[in-house]
Design a protein around this ligand. Structure first.
Ligand SMILES: [Zn+2]
Length: 95
């Protein structure tokens, strides 16, 4: 089975192991992480992203250019629909 690849907007396709997952994109972080309990913070980190279907994720090309970007990915099929730069509008999820 081929290794999953992600396409960095600056570097092009690279093996997924070069990247670091940074959680769901386009959501508001808790304003004061220190003010919420560890359990609540854990829920936020690990359970907020249980969308089935398309979701936007933040990834960092941590072993390459070290820049962050967004990936629109289907969480069921793992198919990557679009890669786009931070600050660009969320792509339409109708396609
Ligand atoms: Zn890169």
């Amino acid at each position: 089975m081929a290794m999953l690849q992600l396409e960095c907007p600056w570097c092009g396709p690279r093996d997924e192991e070069e990247f670091t997952y940074g959680g769901e994109a386009h959501i508001t972080r808790p304003p004061e992480p220190d003010a919420v309990s560890d359990a609540a913070w854990g829920d936020y980190l690990f359970f907020h992203t249980n969308t089935r279907g398309l979701q936007s994720e933040q990834w960092c090309h941590s072993h390459g250019c070290r820049r962050w970007f967004n990936v629109a990915r289907d969480t069921v099929t793992y198919r990557i629909h679009r890669v786009y730069r931070m600050g660009e509008p969320r792509p339409g999820f109708d396609a």
